[in-house]
Design a protein around this ligand. Structure first.
Ligand SMILES: [Ca+2]
Ligand SMILES: [Ca+2]
Length: 355
């Protein structure tokens, strides 16, 4: 067995020696040259096929891993507002894949005789990114956004939510409209590849509606209150309700409000309810601005339960100054009793938030 094995080993060594020497051209006969040429051709063909195969593999892998999403754009198919108002419209991404995403670029196209971008804010998913940059053109606006270094606030796979908030000034006449459509959506992933993908655009239509009633809800220092609920009742029946936008603006269309004398009430957590009456006439726009008082802010400086508020509550409890509903912090109908003093004190200590 040993002898046979050795003989095979020797044969193999001789074979390898012959092959190698003939391939590299030493001791070549004309037969050797022919074989060598054939081997060279086969070798080159193999190399070419290998390069093509590798290129195809890398290209396919890259295509599969490009960032994308189910869609990118406006959530609602239709958006509307009255003229001479600002409106904030979120740009959202649905089900991000192959991220995370570290930068976003897109175009939003619209009719600039109807509306115009006057600001772009970060969205919920990009809250800690750099402030967006944007440039207006006659077809619309181009927006670019990027995360802050060291890129640890990238948008993760599976994310859903707003990436930007487009602020428009609405200048079109009631009844005018514009498409809101997206193009050149670029989703750039983070390191190490920085590949740029895209996602299907989700467009919408914006309509300028005739406005029956509009106004702004602010605090005592004039700051708009976002998310306040504005409710309208007519003869005790709730007719329409809406929420204020990021500036505290609200509006109702004529279609929503039949003519009549309405009770308008505005509520927001941590603020005292406020109400007024408004008369709605046909074909006439009415304005009603409302101020909400912050619970616990007795000296109207916009801060609840500061030391001056505590002092005022003590003085009211001691009947040294007049009191009003704002001194009834436990909402039991009794103003500036000892329980109200205790609540103010606890809020000043930071132990509770008055509401
Ligand atoms: Ca105060
Ligand atoms: Ca009370």
């Amino acid at each position: 067995m040993v002898g046979i094995g050795s003989e095979r080993e020797n044969n193999r060594n001789i074979y390898i020696e012959n092959e190698v020497t003939s391939f590299f051209g030493t001791s070549m006969s004309s037969e050797g040259v022919r074989k060598a040429n054939m081997r060279a051709i086969v070798f080159i063909i193999c190399v070419i096929f290998t390069i093509i195969a590798l290129h195809a593999a890398f290209t396919t892998a890259a295509a599969l891993s490009l960032p994308t999403a189910t869609n990118f754009g406006i959530i609602n198919d239709t958006e509307s507002a009255c003229c001479d108002m600002s409106v904030a419209i979120p740009v959202t991404i649905t089900n991000l894949e192959n991220g995370p995403v570290a930068a976003i670029i897109f175009n939003i196209m619209y009719n600039n005789s109807v509306m115009r971008v006057v600001g772009v804010h970060n969205g919920a998913l990009t809250a800690n990114w750099e402030n967006p940059t944007y440039k207006n053109f006659n077809w619309g606006t181009r927006v670019a956004m990027v995360t802050k270094p060291p890129e640890n606030e990238m948008i993760p796979d599976g994310a859903n939510g707003s990436v930007a908030l487009l602020v428009f000034n609405v200048t079109g006449e009631p009844g005018s409209w514009s498409t809101l459509s997206f193009s050149d959506i670029q989703l750039a992933e983070g390191p190490p590849d920085y590949q740029i993908g895209t996602a299907p655009a989700k467009s919408g239509i914006f309509t300028v509606v005739p406005c029956s009633l509009k106004g702004r809800v602010t605090d005592v220092v004039g700051t708009g209150i976002e998310g306040a609920t504005v409710n309208l009742t007519l003869d005790g029946v709730s007719i329409a309700s809406t929420s204020t936008d990021i500036w505290g603006n609200y509006w109702f269309s004529f279609a929503e409000l039949p003519p009549g004398v309405y009770n308008l009430s505005v509520t927001k957590k941590r603020f005292w309810l406020n109400r007024t009456t408004v008369t709605i006439n046909p074909d006439e726009s009415t304005r009603a601005d409302i101020t909400l008082l912050l619970v616990g802010d007795l000296n109207n400086n916009g801060k609840s339960a500061d030391i001056l508020d505590v002092s005022l509550m003590w003085n009211a409890w001691a009947n040294l100054i007049p009191k009003d509903f704002r001194y009834d912090l436990n909402h039991d109908g009794v103003e500036a009793e000892i329980e109200d003093v205790a609540l103010m004190w606890n809020a000043w200590m930071g132990e509770i938030v008055l509401e």
